[in-house]
Design a binder for this molecule. Structure first.
Ligand code: SF4
Length: 81
């Protein structure tokens, strides 16, 4: 399994890895989520961005975009959304 040199987490995530992360974040107390349509528009921008790696991870901030783009306060480090 390939790991990120910086944080030690897996670099390539499976769909079930991502689903688990999303479920964990959504179950956290006090987390404010963006509207589903906002999330979908954000993620669409990420999918068209050359900084998205492995279909999940932003090369600029290192975040998993299926999670970050769901957060009400989530921001794109390149100000694309
Ligand atoms: S968060 Fe911004 S820079 Fe990162 S992949 Fe998405 S659109 Fe690109």
């Amino acid at each position: 399994m390939e790991k990120c040199k910086r944080c030690g987490l897996k670099t390539v995530l499976s769909e079930s890895d991502i689903d688990k992360m999303v479920d964990e974040v959504m179950a956290m107390k006090g987390v404010r989520l963006a509207d589903e349509n906002v999330y979908l528009k954000r993620f669409e921008a990420c999918e068209e961005c050359d900084k998205l790696m492995y279909g999940s991870t932003c090369a600029v901030c290192g975040c998993v975009m299926q999670v970050r783009a769901r957060l009400a306060d989530g921001r794109c480090p390149k100000k694309k959304w």
